[in-house]
Write a protein that binds this ligand. Structure first.
Ligand code: UT7
Length: 332
């Protein structure tokens, strides 16, 4: 029986102009360029300008993906956007992007998915299911964040890590054929017992953090070392799960496109896959952890610079608050 699968027909990304270097951060908190770079692999991150919203970043990344795919944006029939730093509590940032792209007239569904740093993997998995079920045929999948807005700029354990950015892909329904290009499988998991290790300190329902008079609904808090250990474990398991589900050996993979949270976490996943770092797409140095935007930014970078080539097998993966983690196997 013939089967429909999604194929990636265009990618795009965007980083805000303003750079915040490790040296800048060393003037704000008790840290150093050397500590940040050796412990995380990050050199600088981008910060959205005042008034520049997650939907603005997402819209630019989306326009670049639409241009790369060479499609009429009015033919898109679903937007799924992964974010944990959307413009407003509601409506979904995806609907704002739909409007900013000028394609709301056809009234197709647009919604957000929240899975912290795994947001893009969850959005991709959702879009994949819609296409396989015949419920959508051209989907804009986005990961976009303004993490700088939920940073506690006095906490050196977190503010050195995160940055702002957006990445997007266009998926198109295609007939599955042997070794054809497309999304082969997606795998997502959640384990909701780790709230305290990685969360925001306040929220709409929970209210502002106790004893914290700063404006807003709380800041990102993290027990970095514990999160690190869990991330290494979960990502190791999910790459094995993805290979096993597809009867693949690790040496058959061409590229690993990982979530860019910490170079040491990425190296540990690469080691498990016995992959040299020259087969791993690394962009962390230039933008730090952009949460849900990190995987599509890295993917777009390697597609545009020509590293990713037709026919190659690509493994995407991410880990984030919840905990949540996910992967996707793609033939380019
Ligand atoms: O994307 C979502 C998932 N998030 C992640 O994957 C992040 C996971 N965690 C990490 O990347 C790392 O745990 C961090 C980069 C956050 C921290 O690195 P670490 O090697 O785990 O350091 P640590 O927390 O064990 O701290 C080691 C030392 C401590 O000092 P003492 O107690 O040994 O004297 C910290 O106080 O480093 C100190 N430290 C710093 N020193 C300079 C912590 N942050 C800094 C800093 N600058 N920014």
């Amino acid at each position: 029986m013939s089967q429909i699968i999604p194929k990636i027909i265009g990618t795009g990304s965007y980083l805000p102009e303003k750079r915040l270097t490790n040296i800048d951060l060393a003037k704000m908190v008790d840290t150093s360029d050397e500590w940040i770079f050796t412990r995380t692999g990050i050199q600088e991150r981008r910060i959205a300008a005042e008034g520049e919203l997650t939907s603005d970043l997402a819209t630019i990344a989306a326009k670049r993906a639409i241009e790369a795919a060479d499609i009429d944006p009015a033919t898109i029939d679903l937007i799924v956007l992964g974010t944990c730093s959307g413009d407003f509590t509601f409506p979904a940032t995806a609907t704002i992007v739909q409007d900013k792209l000028g394609i709301s007239a056809t009234k197709f569904p647009a919604f957000d998915v929240t899975a912290a740093c795994s947001g893009f993997m969850f959005a991709l998995s959702t879009a994949d299911a819609y296409i396989r079920a015949g419920m959508a045929s051209r989907v804009l999948v986005i990961g976009a964040e303004t993490m700088s807005r939920i940073m506690d700029w006095t906490d050196r354990g977190t503010c050195i890590l995160f940055g702002d950015g957006a990445g997007a892909i266009i998926l198109e329904a295609t007939q599955k054929e042997e070794n054809c290009s497309g999304v082969i499988s997606t795998h997502i998991h959640s384990e909701g017992s780790y709230l305290k290790l990685l969360q925001t300190s306040g929220g709409i329902s929970a209210g502002p953090p106790e004893g914290d008079n700063r404006p807003g609904l709380g800041f990102l808090t993290m027990q970095g070392n514990e999160v690190f250990k869990q991330a290494v474990k979960a990502l190791g398991q999910i790459v094995d799960e993805t290979l096993e589900a597809n009867n693949l050996k690790r040496e058959q993979l061409d590229w690993l496109v990982p979530h860019q949270a910490n170079i040491r976490i990425i190296k540990s996943t690469a080691k498990r896959l016995k992959m040299n770092l020259d087969r791993v797409v690394l962009t962390i140095e230039k933008h730090g952890n952009t949460s849900a935007a990190s995987v599509p930014i890295a993917l777009d970078t390697a597609v545009r610079d020509g590293r990713i080539q037709p026919g190659q097998l690509i493994l995407l993966e991410a880990f984030g608050g919840g905990f949540t983690w996910g992967s996707a196997l793609i033939r380019w």
